[in-house]
Design a protein around this ligand. Sequence first.
Ligand code: VGL
Length: 197
Amino acid sequence: MARALLIVDVQNDFTEGGALGVTGGTAVAEGVTAYLRGNTRRYDLVLASRDWHDPEGSNGGHFADGLPDYIDTWPRHCVAGTPGADYHPAIDTALVDVHVRKGQGVPAYSLFEGTTDDGSSAGAVLSAHGVTEVDVVGIATDHCVRASALDAIEHGLHVRVLTDLVAGVAPDPSTTALAEIVRQGGELMESAAVGDR
Ligand code: VGL
């Protein structure tokens, strides 16, 4: 039995000033690193995802052709190899064991759609490490955190979302997303409470 921390898309384009800047994104980046520094022994594995879209084309309709609806279509963001696709500088990448990228040419909200540089899927990496429990943090609550947490539950993992270490695009959909995760069997917890459980 092993536990992993899943850090979803804490990238420059999803934090304040980025192409798709989410309010609270920078605070999440800083908070995740502070949390991880205080809890390194709690995790057997730390896995982080990055949205990593192609510069050409719409990435399967993910980049808006005209005005984005901020639900299914978005401004151009996280283009592979650009500063916007980098992790936010507050993320201490020395604390990350495994990096996955997703969204090359397609919309990919879930971290489980990500693969490592050697082509392993996130799910395969987690099962190879015997991970049965995951804590999920990152951006955005109502999109990639939601999809990643629900996929983790589908994969049979016990899921906790650390609610002070996520940030959403919009408040109501974020509340709905967290409720949906609970309905599917996930747990919500403040990061400060993790030490107790
Ligand atoms: C995301 C919108 C578009 C996310 C990714 O990381 O939540 N949101 N692409």
